[in-house]
Ligand binder design. Structure first.
Ligand code: SF4
Length: 171
């Protein structure tokens, strides 16, 4: 009976079906575990040129304590960090540096644009040397609006990023 079912002509089909079943069985729990690790160990580096940096710093203070939500303080080196928070205006002169910082970070990496200046150029929108948003240089995952956004808003932005990571597929 088994001989009739499995023979040299169709054994490859069975093997490929079996591998599909195995991949489906481990893909979801493995992806969940890997994403869970990524969500609660976000390590930011910040590129700051404006007053939003005070709010960013306040988010790590004992009052807001962003670390309890799985985002470390911004003390790492670029080659360890997986999240870049862009604060303040990005000038044309700074744009290649921002890209260089982003390129040095290991995959997977995420970007938060914090404040009106980082999102649109803010007050300096019409300036000859300010870019209309960090997303013209790096791919932004989450926009945190405000001028400046309060630390709670940044924390809310982190939750949105964590939700996005949770839904992402492992490559
Ligand atoms: S968004 Fe407002 S607070 Fe933030 S850097 Fe620009 S001007 Fe300053």
């Amino acid at each position: 009976m088994l001989k009739d079912l499995v023979n040299p002509t169709n054994v490859n089909i069975y093997v490929s079906k079996l591998s599909d079943v195995l991949i489906k069985a481990v893909e979801e729990p493995l992806g969940y575990a890997i994403n869970w690790g990524r969500i609660y160990s976000l390590w930011p580096v910040h590129l700051e040129t404006g007053c939003c940096s005070v709010e960013f710093g306040a988010a790590s203070s004992p009052r807001y304590d962003v670390e309890r939500f799985g985002m470390l303080e911004a003390f790492g080196s670029l080659r360890q960090c997986d999240l870049i928070v862009v604060l303040g205006t990005v000038t044309r002169k700074m744009a290649p540096r921002l890209r260089m910082v982003y390129d040095q970070m290991p995959e997977p990496k995420y970007v938060i644009a914090m404040g009106a200046c980082a999102i649109t150029g803010g007050l300096y929108l019409d300036s000859y040397n300010v870019l209309p948003g960090a997303d013209s240089v790096v791919p932004v995952d989450v926009y945190v609006p405000g001028c400046p956004p309060r630390p709670e808003t940044l924390i809310q932005g982190c939750f949105l990023l964590q939700e996005k990571i949770k839904r992402s597929k492992i490559k």
